[in-house]
Write a protein that binds this ligand. Structure first.
Ligand code: NAD
Ligand code: WQD
Length: 335
């Protein structure tokens, strides 16, 4: 059985579906700080079986010990954590307590249980403002905010751990910009309050919850002046986790990999593609740059392709169509 921390959240829930498809049993541990219990019903509807679930916090060591005693866990996929860059600037202690201390607590409990296979959600944010694109795993790392620092710190600690004890099998997966939803329209991204990320915001404009999209910056040195990113369908990302798990269980060791498509799209290109997929128009206005944003970032995913035999399969049209299906069928999210 695979322990999926944060498995009720956006990426974790889609990964639970991909794991079930690949024949793995899962146990979700989540404190619902950024998710909703209804996701469990939806996962059951998609996969035909209900994932095992424990409500609780990764910072609760006794709870982790009891989980590792009660269930026969073979590996841990660790999605639980806080993810808003802007919130991290105003709440650094909360971010480091969840993302760093929480992860250390989980690793210590795994060590007590003699369980040594761990997949960590890192982020393209560790590349900071890259000197050149596409970024490779060896590209320089940097950050300007506490969220990014929490990922950098954990990447380094995992490196220390593997150097000290080679029995640990660790993957540090650097996600680019996950978008889209499961094709059933039953699970998807459900941001609380005003969305920080582009595609949830675009969806909320299209459905009529928000008046218009503010495009942050039209004067970047990019194809059309707007920011450029590597958007990856969340189900491709989820399948990347299954490939990583298969790889770690077979070959072990330490893996660091970019999970992106290698394709770059501007904000305006995303809006246009979404308008075509949804057959709605998305009102927008170009405003000043968002502090901390970079002009462009996209992945060189060739290492993941080579080592894992994994490749993204879903293009931009499907990313937009699937996110719109989720939005239309769940205009208020899971509520
Ligand atoms: P999410 O907020 O949708 O999911 C995280 C889940 O973890 C939520 O269900 C939340 O309730 C749970 N959680 C948070 N703190 C917890 C704790 N202390 N104990 C137990 N459960 C807790 O986020 P997501 O988009 O699915 O991201 C998953 C992981 O991927 C995060 O670590 C995030 O930093 C990383 N990541 C996300 C993105 C992105 O753009 N979504 C990009 C790169 C990396
Ligand atoms: C994408 C583009 C914005 C919203 C963030 C985190 C990163 C990772 C993924 C976790 C940019 C523009 C956005 C809006 C806009 N998360 N935009 N109007 O900033 O690339 O990455 O999420 O690890 O760490 O920093 O993603 O979706 O916020 O922005 O114009 O209302 O859309 O300026 O060019 P970002 P995003």
């Amino acid at each position: 059985m695979i322990l999926v921390t944060g498995g009720a959240g956006y990426i974790g829930s889609h990964t639970v579906v991909a794991l079930a498809e690949a024949g793995y049993k899962t146990l979700i541990l989540d404190n619902f700080s950024n998710s909703h219990p209804a996701v469990l019903d939806r996962l059951e509807r998609i996969s035909g079986t209900r994932p095992n679930f424990v409500e609780g916090d990764i910072r609760d060591g006794d709870l982790l010990d009891s989980i590792f005693k009660q269930y026969s866990i073979t590996a841990v996929m660790h999605f639980a954590g806080l993810k808003s860059v802007s919130e991290s600037v105003s709440k650094p202690l909360e971010y480091h307590a969840n993302n760093v201390l929480g992860t250390l607590n989980l690793l210590a409990a795994m060590q007590r249980a003699e369980l040594f296979t761990f997949i960590f959600s890192s982020s393209a944010t560790v590349y900071g403002d890259p000197d050149s694109v596409p970024v490779k795993e060896e590209s320089p790392r940097s950050t300007t905010n506490p969220y990014g620092r929490s990922k950098l710190i954990m990447e380094d600690i995992l490196d220390d751990l593997h150097r000290a004890e080679a029995k640990w099998n660790i993957a540090r997966l650097r996600y680019f910009n996950p978008v889209g939803a499961h094709e059933s329209g039953l699970i998807g991204e459900d941001p609380q309050g005003i969305p920080n990320n582009l595609m949830p915001y675009v969806n909320q404009v299209a459905i009529g919850h928000r008046e218009k999209l503010s495009i942050f910056g039209g004067d970047y040195p990019t194809v059309d002046g707007t920011g450029v990113r590597d958007y990856i369908h969340v189900m491709d990302l989820a399948e990347g986790h299954v490939s990583t798990l298969d790889y770690l269980l077979k070959s072990g060791g330490m893996l660091t990999a970019n999970l992106g498509t290698g394709r770059a799209y501007s904000v305006l290109e995303m809006v246009k593609a979404f308008e075509v997929a949804s057959m709605r128009s998305v009102k927008y206005e170009i405003v000043s740059r968002r502090s901390g944003d970079i002009a462009e970032c996209w992945a060189d995913p060739s290492h993941a392709e080579k080592v894992l035999g994994w490749k993204t399969r879903r293009g931009l049209d499907q990313m937009c169509a699937d996110s719109w299906r989720w939005q239309q069928r769940n205009p208020e999210g899971y509520q």
